[in-house]
Design a protein around this ligand. Structure first.
Ligand code: PMP
Length: 361
């Protein structure tokens, strides 16, 4: 049988492994920060109608500039954004890959702050961009002083900051993001994949966009919008930044079906986001339950929690799986991450955790 080693693979890809969060079929799946609430029936019906209409024209290529979708995304985000400030692709994964293709590459560098979203180094490697790692503060935070110092030390071409961060859930203050922008000559991407789970009065990095042409704020419909399977991510930035991304995207990268589905979901944004408050309630229940069992829980502005004080993370992860609950082991010492699901899923997780936690632990 042919193996990878037999193929003339690019030298910088040799020995690398593909992204691989387990896709197992278990009753309670809380491992990839999905919204576990299904899309409401009324929205599904409207999306189906829109897809049916799109199918009538599917013999033609779709609108390459996804004009209607950009208008809808600008309307959804608000903050006075114009459609030409919006970019979208098949998940924020592809949006971020476009950023690396346009602003990274051989001889250029990414600065990332582990522990953070594991795909950032992957976009770097596949685009020939070198990876530099910055240090976080205690408790996984990123202060203005730390960000400025780490950027001055490393002089990167691309800085990516997940705010709030995955897998820790921790927020990053706006003044820290502004300080990061001032410290770099490169581009700064603030990844707000979990933006809709932030407290209602917490300002988004979108408010920083005016006057900052090297800043981009990325978002996704995969989390709060309960639309992970449809694959729609987007970013907001200066129109010139968006023009740069147009240089690297493949023609017609957003299918007519995807555009129709996303437009349908956005037309029902309040209904689609209706479960966000409920998820926050379950998150607080999970914090209290884990703390009562003796675990330490990092403060979270997202739909997941990182909890520490786990003696043997691999064994606890397996024990939960044996009870039909799949969570995530990200190899952070003494810690595991759990996504927040429905009330019933929270019950199942906390019951399994109670059974697996030695009394007095
Ligand atoms: N950014 C962060 C911080 C994430 O956690 C994720 C998904 N886990 C993504 C981006 C990518 O999401 P998607 O491609 O589904 O938009």
């Amino acid at each position: 049988m042919t193996s990878l080693a037999d193929l003339p693979l690019r030298a910088d890809l040799v020995g690398r492994t593909a992204y691989g969060a387990p896709q197992l079929h278990v009753p309670v799946t809380l491992n990839v920060n999905e919204n576990t609430h299904p899309v409401p029936e009324e929205v599904r019906a409207d999306i189906l109608d829109r897809i049916a209409a799109a199918l009538r024209g599917v013999n033609r290529y779709p609108d390459r500039e996804f004009t209607a979708l950009r208008e809808a995304l600008a309307g959804y985000l608000g903050h006075g954004l114009a459609p030409e400030q919006l970019w979208a692709a098949n998940g924020s994964n592809e949006v971020l890959q476009h950023v690396f293709q346009a602003f990274g590459g051989p001889g250029r560098t990414l600065l990332t702050f582990p522990p953070t979203y594991s795909m950032y180094p992957n976009y770097a490697t596949t685009s020939g961009t070198a990876v530099l790692e910055g240090r976080r503060d205690e408790d996984f935070g990123l202060s203005a002083a730390t960000l400025a110092a780490e950027i001055e030390r490393t002089r990167p071409d691309i800085v990516v900051i997940a705010a709030p961060n995955n897998p820790t859930g921790t927020p990053v203050a706006l003044d820290a993001l502004a300080a990061a922008y001032d410290a770099t000559d490169g581009v700064l991407v603030v990844d707000e994949a979990y933006g809709e789970f932030m407290p209602d009065d917490a300002p988004s990095a979108l408010t920083l966009l005016p006057g900052r042409p090297r800043l981009a704020v990325s978002r996704t419909m995969s989390k709060a919008f309960a639309f992970a399977g449809a694959r729609l991510g987007y970013l907001a930035a200066d129109p010139a930044f968006v023009d740069a991304l147009r240089l690297v995207r493949l023609p017609y990268h957003l299918s007519a079906i995807t555009q129709a589905a996303a437009l349908g979901a956005l037309a029902h944004a309040p209904v689609m986001l209706g479960m966000v408050d409920e998820i926050r309630v379950q998150r607080e229940r999970t914090v209290r339950g884990l703390e009562a069992l003796g675990y330490r829980v990092a403060p979270s502005w997202t739909n997941f929690l990182l909890f520490g004080g786990v003696e043997d993370p691999k064994a606890l992860w397996q024990g939960l799986l044996d009870r039909g609950v799949l969570i995530r082991d990200l190899a952070i010492p003494g810690s595991l991450r759990v996504s927040i699901g429905t009330a019933a899923e929270t019950d199942a997780f906390l019951e399994a955790m109670t059974a697996l936690t030695p009394v007095g632990a």
